[in-house]
Write a protein that binds this ligand. Sequence first.
Ligand SMILES: [Zn+2]
Length: 55
Amino acid sequence: MNDMSDIAVPTKDEERDIVTQKTRKCLLCGTQFASEWAGERVCKKCKATAAWRQG
Ligand SMILES: [Zn+2]
């Protein structure tokens, strides 16, 4: 019998922001930063520039 349940299948969770704090890459400047919440894709620096707007 071929029991392959031992193999760890890599799940694609990168798209899903389940983890609250996760190191992400800023969409604007590309700098890696720790996103405080799921969905935050822009670093604080870029946010401060007011160049980032929701929508
Ligand atoms: Zn940035």
